[in-house]
Write a protein that binds this ligand. Structure first.
Ligand SMILES: [Fe+2]
Length: 321
């Protein structure tokens, strides 16, 4: 069987990484912001992002991510978008993977989900029992404690409606937000959200010589590239945001440098920062550069073009004898 070059290189790289021990998923652990302390006894939230279920990321990596997450015994699993790569071919596999988490799963969509078909990805997730928030919020009860979860839809493709997502939030119940694009945090903090969990950048994937800060920061214009930013102290106007490096990849599974490795992050909400050793503390944001309205409109049009192309293909298939 002839293996396409992309798939061949993906397999070769993943086998090389496995052989060298570099294919392992890192587990990072952080305390939540102080705003949660005294408002709850610790809740354990596992953050997984950018799974990119498809041919580039080996199925064994997805299984490993689920096993590592389950081993932490989280109260809740949150997934911040890019569930798939480019197509709907692996939606059944996605449903099966998400169903394997032992804790309830809540997620938001990312740009790749929009490119592949947002409604179809959402349905695949809902078949697994997961809840997908699209500019909405919900309240979950864990260990007799309530937590509001805000889900902002994908900002990269112009689907984020932050004001809609936070409308009706209660001040007397702690809140956590999810957004594929981390820069949405700036606006969410103003609504009293102390912590936002995000993805999208894959930590830059290649982080040697701080290359990720050049590529994802200077070139792509992200303020938040990987890890923890903002402020967890006190009840400040500015909250915190965490950008997970994620599990998968959309093009090539190359991940070089410690910050770019596949990652699952556990947040202990209600624990005080400094209560245990953490990988790093809050980092200063990069300068960043907001995408222009024209850029967002172009990305939005790209989603519409892909949707129309899928609809045309379906029509042609139906018309065939
Ligand atoms: Fe991604």
């Amino acid at each position: 069987m002839l293996i396409p070059p992309l798939e061949w290189s993906a397999r070769w790289l993943s086998s090389r990484q496995a052989a060298s021990g570099k294919g392992r998923i890192l587990l990072r652990r952080f305390a939540g912001p102080e705003a949660y302390v005294d408002r709850m006894s610790p809740l354990r939230i596992a953050h997984v992002t950018d799974m990119h279920v498809g041919r580039v990321t080996p199925h064994s990596v997805q299984r490993e991510a689920v096993a590592l997450t389950n081993a932490q015994h989280p109260d809740l699993v949150v997934i911040t978008g890019d569930f798939v790569c480019h197509s709907q071919l692996y939606l059944d596999q996605l449903t099966e993977i998400i169903r394997s988490f032992h804790a309830p799963v809540i997620g938001v969509l990312g740009n790749h989900d929009y490119w592949a078909g947002a409604d179809e990805v959402r349905l695949a997730l809902e078949r697994s029992g997961a809840l997908v928030l699209r500019n909405q919020h919900t309240t979950v009860t864990m260990r007799h404690q309530r937590l509001q979860i805000v889900g902002v839809d994908d900002a990269y493709t112009g689907h984020a409606r932050r004001e809609e997502a936070v409308k009706g939030l209660r001040k007397d119940i702690p809140v956590l937000a999810l957004s594929h694009i981390a820069e949405e945090a700036d606006g969410l903090w103003r609504h009293g959200v102390p912590l936002v969990l995000s993805g999208h950048t894959h930590g830059g994937q290649v982080t040697l010589a701080r290359l990720h800060e050049i590529v994802a920061g200077k070139i792509a214009g992200h303020k938040y590239v990987h890890g923890l930013y903002g402020c967890r102290a006190g009840r400040q106007a500015e909250g915190a945001v965490y950008v997970g490096a994620g599990i998968g990849a959309a093009v090539i599974p190359l991940r070089l440098g410690e910050r770019g490795k596949r990652e699952i992050t556990v947040f202990e909400l209600g624990a005080r920062p400094g209560a245990f050793e953490e990988h790093h503390s809050e980092q200063p944001a990069l300068r960043g550069r907001k995408p222009t309205r024209e850029t967002i409109a172009k990305r939005n049009a790209q989603v519409a073009r892909k949707r129309a192309r899928r609809a045309r293909r379906r029509t042609i298939e139906l018309e065939l004898p």
